[in-house]
Design a protein around this ligand. Sequence first.
Ligand code: SF4
Length: 715
Amino acid sequence: MTTRSTCPYCGVGCGVLIDTEDGRITNVRGDPEHPANFGRLCTKGSTLHLTASQAITQHARLLHPQLRSTRGEALRRVGWDEALDHAAQQFASTVREHGPDAVGFYVSGQLLTEDYYVFNKLAKGLVGTNNIDTNSRLCMSSAVAGYKLTLGADAPPACYEDVRHADCLFIAGSNAAWAHPVLFRRIEDARAERPGMKVIVCDPRRTATAESADLHLPLQPGTDVMLFNGLLHIMLWEGWTRPDWIARHTSGFEALKARVRECTPEAVARVCGLRQEDLVTAARWFATSPATLSLYCQGLNQSTSGTAKNAALINLHLATAQIGRPGAGPFSLTGQPNAMGGREVGGLANLLSAHRDLANPTHRAEVAALWGVPCVPERPGRTAVEMFQAAADGEIKALWIACTNPAQSMPDQATVRRALERAEFVVVQEAFATTATCEFADLLLPASTWGEKDGTVTNSERRISRVRPAVAAAGEARHDWRIAVDFAQRLEAALRPGAATLFPYATPESIWMEHRESTRGRDLDITGLSYARLDEAPQQWPLPEGAREGRARLYEDGVFPTADGRARFADVGYKPLAEARESRYPFSLITGRLRDQWHGMSRTGTLGRLFGHVPEPVVQLHPQDMERRGWKDGELLQLTSRRASVIVPVAASDSVGLSQAFMGMHWGSEFLGGMGQDGRPIAGVNALTTSDHCPGSKQPELKHAAVKIVRAELP
Ligand code: SF4
C-alpha cells in the first residue's frame, strides 16, 4: 500500500510516497506530482523509512506515558487517564495559586498546523496566558518581523518556480546546498538551463553553496546590514535604483538614503572585510539584472540584528523594483517543516490566529469571538528565551514542552537547564526517548510522529500539503492534537466547570475547519480550501472562497498590505554583534547545520549511513590558525565562551576564515563533554552560544559567540 505524505525535515516541504506492508513502513519515494520536489528527495528524506523503523528497533521511541511523583524518583509507567488527570490538576492548581502567567507552553515547528492551533487556543483562550512560544522563534521570527516592517504582512512574496525565472540569485546567510538540498537542485537546474544567471552568496564561510557561486562575499560575521546598506549606496551612486517605482509604490526612502550616505565602498569593505570591486559587482548584478531573487535563512535570522538584516535586504528589492515579477523578490526560507503553519495559526507569544497581532485590540476581540471566550489576554507573552529565563527565575512554575528539545537547542544551556530544574512541573510531549529534555520531565507523554500523523503543513513558499498516516502510532503514542485536546478538556473541567468545551474536535479536519474560518478576509485567506481539495493537490495561500487556485507570487500589482498600500523602506543601521571577538575571546564561533543530520539527531542519530558525511563532531579552524598555535588535525581542543566550555576534536578547513571556528549544531552532551561556569555537565555547542536576541524579533544570536580556544587538558 502507498500513502502520500510530506517530508518532516525541512521547509522545502517535499512530497513523499510511503510504502507499507503488514502495518510497517518499508520504503519512501519522492512524490513525482508534488510541486515542491517533483519526485526528488535528499539524503535525509530518502532514508525516512529507515530512520522510522530504526527508532522503534533501537528503543528510541517513547511508547507509554511515564510519571514521577517527586523529583529524584524514577519515572514509572502510567495510563493515559492518570497522566492527563495529574497534568490537569497540576496546571489548574498552579493557575489558581499563582495566576495564568505562571504556566508556559513551548511548542515546535515540527507540530502540524492542527496541533499548533489547539495549543495556541489552549494557552490564550483557556488558560488565559500568552506564554506560548515555539522553537520556530529560533528559526524564522526575524523573517516575520522583517516582512511586517517593510511589506506590511508576514507573507513571502515569491515561490520556488521563481528560481527558474531569476537572472540573479542573491543567497544570504543560507547554505541551501546542505540545509535545503532539493531547492538547491532547482538552482543547479536553472543555472544549467540559463548559463547567464548570476549567483551571489553572502556567507562568512566558504560553504558548499558559496563554492558554487559566481561571486562569494565572505563578509565578517554580523556585518550584513552594513553590506546591504553599502550595496544601496553604490546603486544610488551609479543610478541603478528605480526612482519612478519608488515614488509610486513606497514610502520612507529619503531617510534611508540619508543613512546609507556614509556606507561608502571604503567603509563597507573595511567593516565587512570585502573587496570594493566585489561590492560594485554585487550591486550591479542585483540591481540591473532583469529579475533578482534573494534566498535567505538563519545567517540573517539568528542574530541580534535579525530584523534589521531582513529589512535591509528587502530595502534593496524595493529600491530596485525587484519584487512582484517572475524571478524577482525577497524569499526567506523556513528551516522547519511547519514553521510557516505555526505563524499562520499565531502560535507565538506575540501573534494571534491568521496573522493577527496580540498587541492589536481589534484582533484580540476577533479571536475571542471566534473562540467563544470573553477575551484574549492583553499582557505580552514570554518568547522562547524569556520563557526559560522566567522559569529559571521561578516565575514560570509549570512548563509544557511539545516536540522540541530545548535542553539542547536553546542557547545558553546553563540557564535553560536551571529553568527545567527549577520549574515545579515539567511535561514533555515527545516521540523520541533520546532527547536531552526528556531527562527533566516529571511527566513524559508519548506522541505519534512522521508516518503516523494526520494533518497539514505549510512550506517556505506558502504551500499547504497534507500529512497522512501510513501506519498506526507506535505503542500507546497519541497524536499531538489529541493529547492537547484530552488535556484541555480536563483542564477546562477544573477552570471552567459546567461550561461547554472549547475543544469539541474529533478529527484534525475539524480543527483545520476552525482555523480556515479564522483566515476569512485576512492576507492568508484559505476559505476556498478543504482537505478534499488538498487531497487533490497541495495549494499555496491565499486561496479565498471562489478562487480557482492559490497565488504563486504576491504584490504583482505593486499594492502592499499597509495602511496606504505602499511598501515601507526600513531605516536600519549596522550594529555590532552581541559578543564581538576580543583579546580574551579571540575567535568567532559560527554554528550551523550539516547536510545529513537533523536538529538534535533524535530522528537521524539512529541511522549509521547518515554519519558517512560527517562522522563525529569537530570544530573547524583555518589551517593558518592551527599552524600558528601548533595544533594538529584530530587534537582535542577546549572552546570556552563567557558561559561554558566544551571539548571537541579539531579539523583544519579553509572554508572558515582566520579567527573563525565552525561547529555543527547537532551533537549534544553525549559527544561534546561540556561544563558550565559552575562545573556542572552541560550539552553540546549551545552551552557556548548566547541568549542575546534581536529586540524586534526576540530571535537569539545562535549563529555567533566569541570564544577562546586552547589545547584541552584531560585528567
Ligand atoms: Fe525533506 Fe527538505 Fe530533503 Fe525535501 S529537501 S527531502 S523536505 S529534508
